[in-house]
Design a protein around this ligand. Structure first.
Ligand code: NAD
Ligand code: MG
Length: 381
């Protein structure tokens, strides 16, 4: 469980606790929240825990006392547990490009990967998909939209959209907390307003991404890699109730949708049990209570991150790496009140314009480009 202390981490641990006969935890990882990790270790007794550095390790040892988990540190520790021979399944729920190295290790080791960390596909999609295929691994999407699309598709991982009779993918978006805001209002929004998502409770970074709609942009690129298609095969539709999690349109006119309450335990349970089903303790969907489902076109003017992500989805390669890195720096700066909300897209656009054309040839090149783009973004602030 990479990123055990996060929002996806909590939902996953809840499911593991519900099904102790089916799953047992091998390792849990955290970055800064050592106290929360200590509570998780006490509750689940995994053989391994991974923390940021030696200082955090000492802190965790102090909190755990005689508890017998072995504590590893840093990226090396993350990669070690993600590829350990005793591990069948890896939940990849670290936020940001920091999740890339352990995801890569899991892919190379042929693991059954449950991928929440969309930034891995955005930055290294081509390399990552090939690594999974090469090693005989399996990749199942946790992102609710991609999990929905997967559920609406025939489960032949290698078939193209055309071969499956699919005409279009409809990626739904809630529109975030600023769906109705004018450009003038967007100028002055605060981090507190941005992280208050109307339907989903999530980590801070993805909440800001949802407010800027960069989250949908990242998901567009994620979908292109997962389902081997082009950005032009995917339409984005704003659906404020977040009940339909996405749709697949077939050439005979059929449109299949996956519906459910906005609770991440549904896609996580689906992927953990696939191809079976398990209970998730999610409230049943009441269509009568919901009463109506609305749809609208996305506004590329008020949400320029969508336009930038479409460009990156068409160019892929370094453009996507630069876009993602600049976004991570911009979101952090916005949360620290060093950048305005509308400044996020402007910064990304300037950094993206500096990206080379083409694809990084290996994971090292991805990391280097990520590093360079972060430096350019920091200098630009
Ligand atoms: P979060 O901020 O709640 O948790 C992030 C986790 O990553 C924490 O456990 C943290 O310790 C760890 N982490 C952060 N920085 C790290 C670093 N540098 N090195 C190692 N570990 C680090 O985030 P979240 O909302 O759970 O999201 C996790 C991932 O899942 C993101 O990529 C997000 O886009 C994706 N996702 C989340 C949701 C959701 O509902 N929360 C839905 C779809 C996709
Ligand atoms: Mg999503």
């Amino acid at each position: 469980m990479l990123g055990a202390t996060g929002s996806i981490g909590s939902s996953t641990l809840d499911l593991i606790a519900q099904h102790p006969d089916k799953f047992s935890l091998y390792a849990v990882t955290a970055f800064s929240n050592v106290e929360k990790l200590a509570k998780i270790v006490k509750a689940f007794s995994p053989p391994y825990a991974v923390v940021r550095d030696l200082e955090s390790k000492q802190q965790l040892q102090g909190l755990l006392g005689a508890q017998a988990s072995q504590i590893l540190v840093g990226e090396e520790g993350l990669c070690e547990v993600a590829s350990a021979p005793d591990v069948d399944m890896v939940m990849a729920a670290i936020v940001g490009a920091a999740g890339l190295a352990p995801c890569w290790a899991a892919a190379q080791a042929g693991k059954f990967i449950l991928l929440a960390n969309k930034e891995t596909l955005v930055t290294a999609g081509g390399l990552f998909m090939r690594a999974v295929q090469h090693s005989g691994g399996v990749l199942l999407p946790i992102d609710s939209e991609h999990n929905a699309i997967f559920q609406c598709m025939p489960h032949d991982f290698n078939a193209s959209l055309v071969a499956s009779g699919i005409r279009k993918i409809h990626l739904t978006a809630s529109g975030g907390p600023f769906r109705r805001a004018t450009l003038a209002e967007l100028q002055n929004v605060t981090p507190e307003q941005a992280v208050a998502h109307p339907n989903w409770s999530m980590g801070q970074k993805i909440s800001v991404d949802s407010a800027s709609m960069m989250n949908k942009g990242l998901e567009l690129i994620e979908a292109c890699w997962l389902f081997s298609c082009d950005a032009s095969d995917i339409d984005i539709v704003v659906h404020p109730q977040s009940v339909i999690h996405s749709m697949v349109e077939y050439i005979d006119g059929s449109v299949l949708a996956q519906l459910g309450n906005p609770d991440m335990r549904t896609p996580i349970a689906h992927a953990m049990a696939w191809p079976q089903r398990i209970t998730a303790d999610v409230a049943p969907l009441s269509l009568i209570d919901i009463a109506r489902l609305d749809f609208e076109a996305p506004d590329y003017q008020r949400f320029p991150c969508l336009r930038l992500a479409r460009e990156a989805a068409e160019q892929r390669g370094y453009s996507s790496v630069y876009m993602n890195a600049a976004n991570e720096v911009a979101v952090q700066a916005f949360l620290e009140r060093r950048l305005s909300f509308l400044g996020i897209a402007n910064l990304i656009e300037r950094v993206m314009s500096r990206a080379d054309r083409g694809e990084p040839c290996d994971i090292h090149a991805v990391k280097e480009a990520d590093f360079t783009a972060r430096r350019l973004a920091e200098e630009d602030l």
